[in-house]
Design a protein around this ligand. Structure first.
Ligand code: ADP
Ligand code: ZN
Length: 724
């Protein structure tokens, strides 16, 4: 066959349809097939596209063959996209109401080879466009015309920024020490859980492993992994954060030195390409964060989702706004692989799925080292203050506990949710609280290494010098509340003999320092570790016997229906960090709301299952997830009156079609309603989980799309399915 052939391709864009292209059969050495990649031009830009239909001449003829552009070139050197990858993209797109092209873009963030090939030309074009725009801006007579050109210029510059590749290489040598020697020996309870998980796998359902902290879930995962690799199949092991998984990494490396590949979310393109090669050539166990679900998997036999309730599995922005837990379930379905979700405190969604019979539940109630649960002590800071029982942010009771602990060579971890010296400042004269002018969030005070101080916006990261004077009236400023830096300072004063360190995203900025701090704490070279919730996550320190939360109230009741559930999870997790071996640990909570049900649950006044039941019945009452599906319609716009108008208008449109199964709330402003100069508004839509859910979901997406198109406003609106 000679002459032109016609194909359809997927572009890495928010594009609902898949355009047609042609190629000359004589000039292309082999016929293009589904999954092959080609370079095409689309609306003035070049892209690396994926062939989705290899024989599209009939459909193409309907549009008119003369309108169809030829591809620029086929790219046989680029990896072919597998059927499974494409299937996953389509499922993710359907569920999260985005396009398969957006998922493609996330999965292949302009791979290295593509970059080199495409970048030069695109850059050239962009320069030309910028030049033309500059010209137009200079000649524009009307102010609004000029503004439009300026906006276009910004758009181009911004997209150039986004195309830049993430930096900060993190590559790891895979040691080739032969087959790992370390053996896996399960306890009886673990063995039983292991068998039950395999039973659940046989039914094709996901297994939820609810195991108290220290029960040794990891060993079970590892045995499942060993068994899977032995069958010649591959393993994906998802964790919320690699930085916190070093001990796990070492453990896996001891058993599967040749199969392990660690994938960091900030991975560079070259190591990503390396990962793809690694996966192609060898049996593998990928240990990675959420985006690892989009690696070019093959022959998957097992997926492990550790700490399945962790919020970091959800990507907020940009699209695809996916949750890796849900995506992993889809991926397991595509490969018919076993999937186990594990946690000490599973998400309500997953527990609900167990109740509904969609997941199989396996419980592990016993700790491996047989230690009893840590005790919980609640300290009422208001009552203490009245009795002169507080020294700064520490209660005298807690100080005693810490001294006792240090005296018996125990270690202490202190959690305070706010990093900074002080989360906010206030003028003593006029009461002004300085805020970020781009984000409408209070600026927090941070101390630098050299003792000088700066003001930082935690939403956009902007830094300003701190003069100590009120920006409005020049009066003196005082700190409002204490962040981790101040707590650390107080601890140094209160416990002068102790070795104290801090772990928060400020000090964790340098990964090396963070690793050192964790290692030092593990080796017993630090007595007191102060930090944000990072100190509550995945560590296993044998010497830790006391953990304390200061100003625990900041964990509760933030205008979010999930705040309590999350607070409970965090506190349970933190409690599990101490007393992991034989001696009993203690969790101290300082709060001004000692009667709060979250604390009652912890102290055992409420049973854990009762609290699950309580949370679930509350959710049911208000029609919140897991009893419904939430979709947020999110508006981002620099123009405040416009975003208010548009969000109200769309809400009106949506409300007009509210029904039993669909409820529209808002628009409302989120707690911080301006970020990076963009005003945020949210319309929340609750959809019943019934047979019409899918139809309603698609109807909503269409209504939003139509609204945006009609007003040329599409780029300001996005949909977030199952927001966190
Ligand atoms: P979880 O993840 O359930 O909180 P871990 O997997 O961290 O628990 O296990 C807690 C501790 O018990 C770890 O120090 C781990 O090495 C140890 N452990 C658990 N199971 C075993 C086992 N079967 N053999 C040896 N050590 C084990
Ligand atoms: Zn800001």
């Amino acid at each position: 066959m000679y002459g032109n052939r016609y194909i359809q391709v997927l572009l890495p864009l928010r594009l609902k349809w898949e355009p047609f292209y042609s190629y000359d059969a004589e000039l292309t050495p082999s016929q293009l097939a589904v999954g092959d990649r080609v370079r095409v031009e689309f609306s003035g830009k070049e892209y690396v596209a994926v062939v989705t239909v290899e024989e599209a001449s009939q459909e193409a003829a309907r549009i008119g063959l003369e309108k169809i552009k030829p591809i620029l070139e086929s790219l046989p050197s680029l990896a072919k996209i597998s059927r499974e990858e494409m299937a996953l993209w389509r499922q993710v797109a359907e569920y999260y109401l985005c396009t398969a092209g957006e998922v493609y873009k996330a999965a292949y963030p302009a791979g290295k080879i593509e970059e080199e090939e495409v970048k030069a030309r695109v850059a050239k074009r962009m320069e030309a466009r910028l030049e033309r725009l500059e010209d137009k801006i200079a000649r524009a007579r009307r102010e609004d015309t000029r503004a439009r050109y300026v906006a276009q210029r910004e758009e181009i510059l911004r997209s150039a920024q986004n195309d830049k590749v993430g930096e900060g290489a993190y590559e790891r040598e895979i040691p080739h020490t032969g087959s790992g020697g370390a053996a896996i020996e399960l306890s009886d309870a673990q063995e039983e859980a292991y068998s039950k998980i395999k039973e659940v796998f046989k039914t094709g359902k996901p297994a939820l492993l609810r195991g108290v902290t220290g029960s040794g879930k990891t060993e079970i995962y590892l045995k499942l992994a060993a068994e899977t690799l032995a069958r010649g199949k591959n393993v994906l092991y998802l964790v919320p954060e690699i930085a916190l998984s070093r001990q796990l990494e070492d453990r896996i490396k001891a058993i599967f030195p040749d199969e392990l590949r660690v994938v960091h979310s900030a991975e560079t393109l070259s190591s990503r390409t390396g990962t793809a090669e690694f996966m192609r050539d060898a049996p593998y166990l990928i240990l990675g964060t959420r985006s690892s679900v989009f690696l070019p998997h093959r022959n998957l036999g097992l997926i492990i989702v550790d700490e399945e309730n962790d919020q970091s599995y959800k990507q907020d922005n940009p699209a695809p706004r996916y949750n890796a837990r849900e995506t992993a379930i889809m991926l397991a379905g595509i490969f018919k692989a076993g999937i186990v979700l594990g946690s000490a405190t599973p998400s309500l969604e997953s527990l609900y799925n167990c109740q509904a019979g969609r997941f199989g539940l396996i419980e592990l109630k016993e700790r491996y080292f047989q230690a009893a649960d840590s005790d919980v002590e609640i300290i009422d800071t208001i009552a203490e203050r009245k009795k002169n029982g507080m020294v700064g942010d520490f209660s005298r009771k807690l100080i005693d506990r810490i001294n006792n602990c240090l005296a018996s060579s125990g270690q202490v971890a202190i959690l305070r949710e706010r990093r900074s010296y002080s989360p906010a400042l206030q003028c003593e004269e006029c009461g002004t609280i300085p805020k970020c002018d781009r984000c409408d969030a209070a600026l927090s005070l941070h101390l630098r290494e050299d003792g000088s101080s700066k003001l930082v916006c935690h939403y956009c990261g902007r830094v300003r010098e701190y003069t100590g004077k009120c920006p409005a009236c020049g009066g003196p400023m005082k700190p409002l509340g204490a962040g981790t830096q101040k707590i650390e300072e107080e601890a140094m004063r209160l416990f002068p003999g102790a070795r104290i360190a801090r772990l928060d995203s400020d000090s964790a900025r340098s990964r090396k320092l963070e690793t050192e701090t964790i290692k030092k704490f593990a080796d017993g070279e630090i007595d007191i570790l102060v930090g944000t919730r990072i100190v509550a996550k995945g560590f296993d320190f044998s010497g830790l016997s006391l953990v304390a939360v200061l100003q625990s109230d900041s964990l509760l009741g933030q205008q979010d229906y999930r705040a309590d559930e999350r607070a409970l999870h965090l506190l349970e997790q933190f409690r599990g960090r101490c007393g992991r071996r034989s001696e009993k640990g203690l969790l101290v909570i300082q709060t001004s709301q000692p009667e709060h049900p979250v604390y009652k649950t912890l102290t055992g006044d409420f049973d854990g299952n009762i609290s699950t039941t309580r949370f679930l019945s509350e959710r049911k009452l208000f029609g919140y997830p897991p009893y419904s599906r939430v979709i947020n319609v999110v508006f981002r716009d620099r123009n405040l009156p416009r975003v208010e108008l548009m969000s109200r208008k769309l809400a009106d449109v949506l409300k007009a079609s509210d029904s039993d199964g669909l409820r529209t709330i808002g628009p409302y402003s989120p707690a911080v309603d301006k970020v990076g100069g963009e005003n945020l508004r949210i319309i929340r839509v609750l959809l019943s989980k019934d047979s019409r859910l899918k139809a309603r979901k698609n109807g909503l997406a269409e209504a939003v799309e139509a609204f945006g198109k009609e007003r040329g406003y599409t780029s300001h609106i996005s949909l977030d399915v199952d927001p966190v």
